[in-house]
Design a protein around this ligand. Structure first.
Ligand code: GDP
Length: 296
């Protein structure tokens, strides 16, 4: 196993037995370790830089409390700044709009979009007691539509009947009408993905967004794809506009750096974490927990 950042900082700073203020050279030495640990955790370089700059400003000259060692003091500053960067509080999905509330799910193919759509539908049904309708707008991949229908059946969530030959905007319109007629509270629209961000994908998603005016546009991104996920998030934010992020495959990402980069790159909150393939493997995003994981 890697030596954790907490261990490393403790190691560097334990020789400073003197209590008092953190000196510039102590802090600089510690920042080199923080930088290395964040890069190893797959945090984007520009994020690492602005993060360590902020910590440095707060740490140099900071008075070390009597009850802690300089190492513990610095770890606390790093921890606090991590939470600030990740977003200080957990953000739930916002359903505060007239029904039916549309939620648009966007992202690349294979990011876990369809799985996350079903997970969210299940959560809104079970925990929030909402009546949820799911619809797949993936007109290029009939298998994706089928997959959503199967997930709907398995989890007891209604899905919009598949009609072949319709375009995504038409399907989205039909879903909203069906939701109004059927008294649904929430409509989850699972858009098509591509293997890379391209203009056709963005134009399609933008058209659907215009049609349904969704209350939430959730970008689904795979934590294991690191910097690619960050670039994808930035592209969707710029071209379509998102309201939040669902970070998937967090179960395989022991380092937790993607969350930090995503938040920094888009300014948008991470709302949920996908933690496995099963329909209930979805967690609320908890900044303190992710900060704890990055620190080790
Ligand atoms: P889509 O193409 O974006 O709709 O991706 P899918 O929802 O079909 O997911 C692709 C694969 O990733 C499937 O095998 C899912 O079971 C798996 N998957 C989705 N989310 C997670 C997650 O949070 N953790 C793990 N381990 N697997 C996931």
């Amino acid at each position: 196993m890697f030596e954790t950042l907490t261990d490393r900082l403790g190691g560097i700073l334990e020789k400073l037995t003197k209590r008092g203020a953190l000196s510039e050279s102590d802090v600089n030495e510690a920042m080199r370790e923080v930088r290395r640990a964040l890069l190893e955790a797959d945090v984007a370089l520009d994020v690492v830089k602005s993060f360590t700059d902020r910590v440095r400003v707060r740490a140099v000259g900071a008075e070390v409390l009597r009850s802690v060692t300089p190492g513990q003091m610095l770890i606390k500053i790093v921890h606090d700044e991590l939470i600030k960067t990740l977003g200080s509080d957990a953000q739930a999905i916002d359903l505060d709009a007239p029904a039916p509330v549309a939620i648009l799910m966007v992202g690349l193919q294979g990011s876990g979009k369809t799985t996350s759509t079903a997970k969210i539908a299940r959560r809104l049904t079970e925990r929030m007691k909402r009546k949820v309708l799911m619809a797949s707008l993936d007109t290029r991949r009939p298998a994706a539509m089928e997959q959503l229908a199967v997930l709907g059946e398995q989890n007891g969530i209604a899905t919009l009947p598949i009609v072949t030959g319709q375009q995504p905007v038409q399907i989205a319109k039909r879903a909203m009408e069906a939701a109004r007629l059927g008294g649904f509270d929430v409509v989850l629209l699972d858009t098509a993905g591509r293997t890379t961000v391209d203009e056709a994908l963005m134009a399609e998603v933008a058209d659907v967004k215009k049609q349904v005016s969704p209350h939430e546009v959730l970008l689904v991104a795979d934590a294991l794809t690191g910097q690619d996920a960050v670039n994808t998030a930035r592209a969707f934010e710029e071209r379509v506009g998102i309201t939040g992020i669902v970070l998937t495959r967090v179960d395989g990402d022991g380092r937790g750096g993607a969350a930090l980069s995503m938040r920094h790159a888009t300014g948008k909150p991470i709302k949920l974490l996908g933690t496995g393939e099963k329909a209930d493997a979805l967690e609320d995003f908890d900044p303190a927990r992710v900060a704890g994981r990055i620190l080790g």
